[in-house]
Design a protein around this ligand. Sequence first.
Ligand SMILES: Cc1ncc(COP(=O)(O)O)c(C=O)c1O
Length: 425
Amino acid sequence: MSESKKLFNIAKKVIPSGVNSPVRYFEPYPFFTKKANGAYIWDADNKRYIDFCNGYGALLLGHRRKEIIKSVSNQLSKGTLYCTPTESEIELSKLIIGNFPSVDKVRLMNTGGEATMTAIRLARGFTKKKKIIKFEGCYHGAHDSVLVKAGSGSAHNGISVSDGGLDEVSKNTLVVEYNNIEDLQKTIRKNKDIAGVIVEPILANMGLILPEKNFLSDLRKITKENNIPLIFDEVVTGFRVAPGGAQEHFGIKPDITTMAKALSNGFTISAVGGKKEIMDLLSPRGKVYQASTFAGNPISVSAAISSIKTINKIKNKLYSKLERFNLLFSTALDDMATDMKIPHQINFTASMFQIFFTNKPVVDYQSSKNANAKKFQKLFQTLLKKGIFIAPSQFEVVFLSDAHTQTDLNKTLDAYHSALTSVKN
Ligand SMILES: Cc1ncc(COP(=O)(O)O)c(C=O)c1O
């Protein structure tokens, strides 16, 4: 019996479902990880995988990036938690503000979900209104007001509204189709009580779904005309698609931004930033409460400072390399699936892509759900056997990192060939 199977049998007894986050589970049991380095991750049986899950997008610079390890090691010798302000927090805030011109002030916290929860509370506090508009399939964390028709693990597990979640909360969340501006306009016309609109500017939680031309600019225009704060959830896209996130990539300024993941390349930190007049509503001087023991902890802050500095230093090479790799890979994969006469779609941008087994374009929640998820599972399982680790769900994304080499990608493409053969048969 494999070490992972043995560990999973024990884990099930002490951890619900044996995992600490739902998408980590896959059939028949997930592999247990021993270590990771660069582009690779090793399981408990010492099998090496090329990692394309990459901490669900966090590891833009690869595992154990030397600059980050150095600065965290340095901080470890000075203490791990102070719960008092530090000069490093100022340095990090200035770096974030420097990369995101829409951000005048920024508050640090720990997880993406915490950041979106605070962003929504800020929008409500600012407008003194109740309702939030979110888009179908966008995932903003595991809290009640956004766990409505959400993507990621909740779509994977077929959960539209979680048991234990309050209807009183979710009824204040209005859900609109992604890429459907008319639906948004209709919803705004019908409801006077809208506190904010939250969106993933690139939808990376239903597989990968790109915003159609003008979708984001129309969204910005309409929210501005109606005095509705626009929240860009850049938990995935921040630092990953550009040093200033999707808002830099598309040239759009939201009112509030959330970020996490690639902000620190694998440490626990998130941030909410935005216009001064909104951010100044946060407690203690403002009346919108937000607090956390671990917020701005010196370990995560040192990792984030080092990540942003590294990204800013190598940005000219980094993004063009990742885009080139992605274009070559996605095009080759597309050709391969076409030659094999497998109905498919490939959506890709920046350092992210996903394949869907369907002959219809994947542009929203429903078209993503209509793709053949069973075939995707076959693809995932064959890739895994071949030493390629992608996230185990159709509703996640394949993430490239700076640590991947051309050789890794060639090997991965060979593995996709075997995986597509298994899908066809
Ligand atoms: C776009 C987006 N927002 C928010 C979150 C929630 O982040 P966390 O899992 O750190 O709470 C995620 C997680 O994948 C995400 O993809």
